[in-house]
Design a protein around this ligand. Structure first.
Ligand code: BV8
Length: 246
């Protein structure tokens, strides 16, 4: 990648409060397909946004369950990459550091990031479709999925936020606070299409933060960014950590 802008490094050295938003792009180098990538094989004919809804689950629970089971396998096999690990290093460097992720893969926590706000939940947990009660442990074996919650008897679903569903309020409020108070706001590997997450960098910019986008391609957020670093998260983030260390 090109040299990092000196002004950006200067701003990072002076920053006290840093907030970050990540999307599927940061996990791409771990082998987790991005949300809007073409699906593979069996799933090629399905549109992800059409499967990630309560209506889709109500209509065809087995189809949606199996799509998430496929994605969960991919996430379980994935390991954090250099981008995730660089964010662990950045967290150590700043007294006030908030990492908000739209990802449901759990890779930031696996990498060792301590304060992670999972805005869209986690594919590694399950809950009852009717009551929302979380499942402790793994889903029971079932020949005709989805399995049932052992206590409520309702169908199990992943503990993720589907389109049209409310986000976890505490995580959203904390993410908004961090955006409004940040000196630097990093938006990494997201197409910036899904709200309210996509509003966070805009809030940060309005409140005076230096917004830095890390993405190989332009997004609707690019026009709010002071710096657009056109590269892969797994290359740009380690370069930032290294430059700050010098
Ligand atoms: C809600 C979880 C209210 C499950 C997902 C305002 C305006 C317009 C619409 C709305 C609005 N407010 C709300 C809406 C509606 C809707 C919405 O935003 N619709 C859009 C699409 C028009 N939002 C909602 O419905 C939200 N709920 O608002 O509720 C409410 C209030 C009270 C009571 C009831 C209701 C809920 C949204 C959550 C949806 N859940 N996922 C799952 O994963 O299955 S969304 C899904 O998109 C993803 O999982 C991810 O979480 C999210 C964002 O995607 P990205 O992470 O950005 O991924 P994408 O593939 O798009 O892009 C990847 C990027 O990476 C690309 O830019 C690429 O260039 C880049 N990249 C690739 N490789 C790399 C890289 N970058 C760096 N390095 C690389 N190596």
């Amino acid at each position: 990648m090109d040299d990092l802008p000196a002004q950006l490094l200067d701003a990072l050295r002076k920053a006290r409060r840093v907030a970050v938003l990540t999307g599927a792009g940061i996990s791409a180098e771990s082998g987790v397909p991005t949300f809007r990538d073409a699906q593979t094989g069996l799933w090629a004919k399905y549109e992800p946004t059409q499967l990630a809804t309560p209506e889709a689950f109500a209509r065809d629970p087995r189809l949606v369950w199996e799509w998430y089971a496929w994605r969960r396998e991919l996430c379980s096999a994935a390991k954090p990459n250099a981008g995730h690990l660089a964010l662990v290093e950045l967290e150590k460097r700043f007294a006030d550091f908030t990492l908000t992720t739209q990802n449901v893969d759990g890779l930031h926590l696996l990498a060792g990031s301590r304060r992670v706000l999972e805005l869209h939940g986690s594919i590694r947990r399950y809950k009852c479709f009717d009551t929302g009660r979380l499942l402790e442990g793994e889903p029971p074996h079932c020949d005709n999925p989805p399995p049932r919650h052992p206590q409520t008897g309702g169908m199990l679903r992943p503990d993720v936020v589907w389109f049209g569903e409310a986000l976890p309020e505490a995580a959203l409020m904390e993410s908004l606070r961090a955006a409004r108070e940040a000196d630097i706001y990093l938006t990494i590997g997201t197409s910036a299409l899904v709200y309210p997450a996509a509003a966070l960098p805009i809030e940060a910019q309005r409140a005076g933060a230096t917004v830095v986008e890390i993405n190989p391609t332009e997004t609707p957020c690019s026009k709010f960014a002071t710096f657009s670093l056109r590269g892969k998260a797994g290359e740009v983030l380690p370069a930032i950590v290294q430059a700050l260390g010098e």
